[in-house]
Design a protein around this ligand. Sequence first.
Ligand code: ZN
Length: 361
Amino acid sequence: MLFYISYKFANALSTCSDCQDVLSQLIDSRKSGTHLIYANKKSSNLILNFLSANNKRHYELFNNISKLFIEKKSLIRKLEKFIYLTDNSNNIIKSLSRILIIPASIANNSQITYPTLFLGENINDCNFYALKIAKNYKKTISPELHNLSINSRRFEGGGGSCTHVPYGRYKSNKIDLCLCIADSDRSYPSANLGNTANLILAQDKLYENQLCDFHIIDFYSAENLIPIEITLKINTEGKSQQQLDLLDEYKKIRSINEWRYLPMKKGFNCQEIRESKATSTFWKRNLSRTGVNLNCCLDEECQNVILPSVSDKTLIKSISVPGSDWEYYLNSEKNKSIMKSYEKLTNTIISWLCAGSPIRT
Ligand SMILES: [Zn+2]
C-alpha cells in the first residue's frame, strides 16, 4: 500500500507522539520493502527538520526515500486505493473514494505498517492472482503501475469454503490491512453466488472496517483465468489422441464471454449435457453455438465425455510455469471479459500490496 503523509501529519510531528511513532514505524517498513511512502515537498521538509533533530538514522533513510517522491506522485493518480495519514484532529477513519484517511492515533494502535494480508481460498490462489496475474499482466494497466514490487510476505490460504472465517476475524479485529479474493462458483450467469463468496459477503456486512476489503471475481473458478495455452499444455500429459482431440474443444469456447462460467474442473458428459438443469441448458446452447460436438447417442445414462474436465492440479502446476510465459500469454489474451478481470485483479492487488525494494544500509 502507498502511504501519503499529509502536511497536517508532518506539521504535528513536534507535539503529536502518535505521529512520531507512526513515522518511525513507516520508515522502518519502507526500509524493509513492506510499503511505499509519499509526501509533498513542503511536508518532506518538515519531516526532515524533525528527524535531523531526533533520529539521525531515520533522517538518512527518509532523505534517500524522498528523492524518489517525484515518481511516486504520478503513481498516486493511478492507484485504486491508498492511505492518507493525518494528525489527531479527527478520530475516525474516513474513506473518500480511492483515499483512506487515517488519523495517527488509529494508525499507531494498529498494524497497518505490517505487510498487507492477502487472503485467498488457498495459498495457490494467492500466488496465482498476485505473482502470476498482477505481476505479469500489463496490457490495459497504466505504465506507472508496471514493475512495482508486490509484497508477498503475508499470503494466507483461507481453507476453501472456510475463507470467510479468517476474513471475518481480520474485519472485526480492525488491526491489519487485508485484501480477500475469491471466485463466484457460478456455472451460468443467473446462478446464485457459491457458498464461499456468499459467506465472505455476509462477514463483510457484519463489521464496519475500511482496512479490509474483498473482491469476488465473477468466474466459475480461478482455473478459468489461466491462459488456455498453459491449461492445455498442463493437461496433455499421458493422454490418448482421442482424449487430446476432446481437450482441443476448449479452444472453440475460449473466445466467448460465457467462458468465465465454464465448469472446467467438472466438464460435461453425454448424460449431463441433456439434463434439464439450468447449467446444462445454458451450456448445451453455448457449446453447440461454438461448434463443440454434442452428438453422441440417445442413451439417457451415457457417460461418454463431451467436454473433458481439466485436472484439479492445473492451477498448482501452472504456478511453476515461468513468468516470461505468463507475461506473453496474459498480454496476448483476446477475450474481453477475461482481460477486464485481469485488469481489475491487477489494479486491486497492486494497490493493496505495492511495495518498494528493501533499502540496505
Ligand atoms: Zn452418449
